[in-house]
Write a protein that binds this ligand. Structure first.
Ligand SMILES: *Cc1c(COP(=O)(O)O)cnc(C)c1O
Length: 425
């Protein structure tokens, strides 16, 4: 090697090659999800009259339509708030100081909701999760049976926990409550799951459903939702935690339309929500659920192949308890922070961080909302490229497995034998 060659080699090694990230940046975090262009465009409008005309009609239309999204005949409420605000709205309208609630842990979020309850003066008991598993309905039944005096006034759970990516069986927990013959209100956080996976508020006997705008509903953060069934509205009349702002009774009395929002409606967000609900209606809610199933299956197909001892693995142990909206991947000996940095800075893909106890030992792939195969396959392929680039151990290429999974859901008619030369997934 000549001196000139050596100099050249040193220089190419030392200089960082240009980043490949320029292009459409992919946000793969589990909320806020990708906001569709149609929804963003719908927000860019002049402020309307809030007392009469188009805005009022639009808002009434939205309130009339919202029950169908949660599959309920209950009353919908829209708060100018994020999910935490909707949590507080649900609590203050149904409970009184000193009441006791049972929080069903399955990750981070139900516990967080319980922490909000505690600050309000509610006594909180946590039914601990089985590690890396969904809530056990049998344990719920046993705890409620033991509460002979019916001190527990509400049972609180999330449908999908966004930190652990556990998917709880809401209908099975209802059955457990009924089997124990317990009258507690059943309150479900669907912030990460509504508009992603099947949810049947009335058929499953849920009294209060809580959601936010920025995940499956494809609207920027800023709207919190509650749906209240008849038992919840009855509890509302007795609840001494009710406050002026969140109060369901004041928000549902006849009068000026702005009372629905306890003040000026969040007009730009309502324009956005109208557009998002139109998109869901055009696709069909069941088709939205089916699309999430197909995309989640592709994610799981890739993660399953990547998994290897000492490397990546699913956080959720039971395959049936893995959610269709978010996947938490444990990183074992692989540096999770470095993986995310490589994806973000070198390739234009932002992955979700490990939350709470998962900090530094997991990443999350959000697969909720406005998402299709090129977006999810691009995400998976980019993660795989980063893993290979880092020299991380992986069990194999998950990309072919993800493509095969998507292929089965494309609904195409076969025109050949499907043989691909040199291809051995
Ligand atoms: C995102 C999320 C929340 C919190 O919502 P914010 O809008 O951030 O307040 C609560 N519960 C679940 C299940 C979530 O996914």
């Amino acid at each position: 090697m000549t001196l000139a060659d050596t100099r050249l080699a040193t220089r190419t090694h030392a200089a960082t090659p240009p980043s490949l990230r320029h292009g459409i940046h992919f946000l793969s975090i589990p909320g806020p999800s990708v906001t569709p262009q149609r929804v963003l465009a719908a927000m860019a409008r002049a402020m309307p009259n809030i007392y009469e005309g188009d805005l009022v009609a639009r808002s009434e239309g939205i309130l009339a339509e919202l029950p169908s999204i949660a599959r309920t005949s209950g009353i919908p409420f829209i708060a100018v708030a994020n999910g935490h605000g909707a949590w507080e709205m649900a609590l203050t309208n149904t409970l009184s100081r000193g009441d006791k609630v049972l929080v069903l842990e399955s990750g981070r979020f139900a516990v967080g909701w319980g922490e909000m309850a505690k600050v309000l003066g509610i006594e909180v008991e946590i039914l601990n999760a089985r590690p890396r598993r969904a809530v056990d309905p049998a344990a719920v039944e046993a705890r409620l049976r033991a509460d002979r005096a019916h001190e527990i006034k509400a049972v609180m759970v999330v449908q999908i926990d966004t930190a652990s990516s556990v998917w709880n069986d809401i209908a099975a927990i209802r059955k457990a409550i009924d089997a124990a013959g317990h009258p507690a209100l059943y309150m479900v956080d669907c912030i990460a799951s509504l508009g992603c996976v099947p949810y049947e508020m009335d058929a499953w006997g849920v009294d209060v459903t809580v959601a936010g705008s920025q995940k499956g509903l494809m609207v920027p953060p800023g709207l919190g939702f509650c749906w209240a069934g008849p038992r919840a509205m009855e509890a509302c009349r007795r609840a001494d935690l009710r406050t002026g702002y969140w109060d369901w009774l004041a928000r549902s009395t006849e009068g000026m339309h702005y009372l629905r929002y306890c003040g000026t409606p969040p007009v730009s967000h309502l324009f956005a929500l109208r557009e998002a609900l139109d998109m869901i209606a055009e696709e069909g809610l069941e088709n939205v659920w089916a699309r999430h199933t197909a995309l989640a299956r592709a994610v799981r197909a890739a993660v399953a192949v990547w998994s290897t001892p000492g490397g990546l693995e699913f956080n959720v142990e039971e395959a049936a308890e893995r959610s269709n909206a978010v996947t938490t991947v444990l990183t074992g000996g692989i540096d999770a922070a470095r993986l995310r940095t490589v994806c973000e800075e070198r390739a234009g893909l932002t992955l979700g961080i490990g939350l709470g106890t998962f900090e530094g030992r997991a990443f999350r792939i959000g697969h909720m909302g406005h998402l299709n195969p090129p977006m999810i396959l691009g995400t998976l392929a980019t993660i795989e490229a980063a893993l290979i680039g880092m020299g991380a151990p992986i069990g194999g290429s998950g990309i072919a497995a993800a493509a095969i999974s998507i292929a089965a859901d494309l609904g195409t008619q076969a025109i050949g034998t499907g043989q691909v030369h040199g291809f051995n997934p």
